[in-house]
Design a protein around this ligand. Sequence first.
Ligand SMILES: Nc1ncnc2c1ncn2[C@@H]1O[C@H](COP(=O)(O)OP(=O)(O)OP(=O)(O)O)[C@@H](O)[C@H]1O
Length: 515
Amino acid sequence: MNHPHTTPPLDPAPGYRIADWEITGLIGSGSWGSVYAAKKVVDGAAGGAAVAIKLLRTDLLTPGQRASMEELARNEARFSTEADHPHLVRTHAVVTLGDPGRPALDGMTALVMDRAERSLQDLLAAGGSGRPLPDAERILSGVSAGLAHMHQHGWIHADLKPANILLGPERAVWLADFGLTVELEGTHAYVPPLGSLDHVPPEWWSERTGIHGTTVRKTADIWAFGVLAHQVLTGGLHPFPGSTARARSLAAQAYASGSAPLRLEDSLEPGWRKLIVDCLAPDHASRAALDAGELSRRVQALHVERLPGSRYRRPAVLLVSGLTACAAVAGLAVAFVPFDDKDAPGKPTSSATGATLADTALPGAIPADSDVPVTLRPVITDAAKRCTDKEVTPVLLAAMLKAESGFDPKASRSATGEHGIAMWTPAVFKAWAVDGDRDGDKDYMSPPDAIATMAVFTCWLDQRFKQSDLRENLPGLIAAGYRTSDRTVIEAGGVPKSVRPYVDTVLAHLRDYTH
Ligand SMILES: Nc1ncnc2c1ncn2[C@@H]1O[C@H](COP(=O)(O)OP(=O)(O)OP(=O)(O)O)[C@@H](O)[C@H]1O
């Protein structure tokens, strides 16, 4: 952020305890706080899960700065605790320090978060420029999914930049730093006049700053994403020329006013170039055509991951009429696109399995001789691609669907209010719903919607368990979490007794599909 200063660390020494955690060292300092490495205290010693603790300070400030900084601290605490998505950093606790003996710390807010290994900024700083980061598309895919979730809930991040993207264990990608996050009031909200010069949209400079602050709209995040995507795909190059942030922002304003063209790096692939051009539409109105949900869908479609040891590229989740193999399921067409380096798009699908050759090479692919209905196979395979975590595979989803409903799209358990092929309860489905067939609505009785939503939810469960240091028998834990809840499994420290028979059934199906 473009803040007046970076605060000196507060230096709570290693060994200092904050609620159930013990500080082990300083990670770094930002504009209004410092972040410390810490560990959970277990049996009196700091031997538990690793976390990061951000101490938000409001000392060292003039009274004028203090008011807006206190608001930022409140914001950060509020949005951090409400954020609940695999691509938003998770906050375990917000603690107000009570330490009258240390006035510098007394009354300070501490956010206890999942600990990242590095930020995207660190990764960009370490790499040479001109080449995409090794994991560029996967990172952008996570960022766009997190952003879509925020916008869907009416929040604007308002400070999207590489320093605020954290990269965690197990290849996690988290949006972080919710200090400037705001909730929409109608079509816009107000933030204090802060933000990274390199990532604010050109209209930011001409928006009035009133008593509420500066106007910010969702399209500001879309612009910031465009800048960030350009940086990630070119090893750090900003889309606008200039050796200082001020010069680059002037170049962006010249482009927005029509006096200079947009010149993106030649090396960008056409699909990405088009997406970045759309994100960097010169004004709010033209940028508003692209909402974060659509942005995320386009990014997922461009996210083509190379599988180690495979000559195939992982198929993107994409609708391309004319190139698709369609499977009619419950009267709905599900499209899916094979990708291969050498072969032309539209590579034939195997009519026996409904899956592409590339798909059968995917880890966890549904075997040709299984009892999974042929029409469902591409739907399940497609759904599994929504999750980049290796545990969520087509065979795991298939095993769960078999245990849930025996693959019956009309299944229903009225006693528990569970319906459809994935046995969703409508309220839970609503919270996670994905439009799997992209027909404009999300329906738990529609197999593509129900299965895509199952994939996204199981992906989140998988990440929740890994973050809670539950790593053994993840397929079993995922099945248990699906039948109960993430919290029940985490509190039980494994598969709860009540769902053991169900989990055993899922694991038996999984074995059938993998042996
Ligand atoms: N959850 C986390 N896990 C590990 N490191 C973190 C975590 N959150 C922040 N950090 C790191 O701590 C340092 C300080 O972060 P902080 O958010 O306070 O400031 P910043 O983002 O660098 O700057 P500013 O707040 O001014 O934008 C950064 O290096 C950041 O990458």
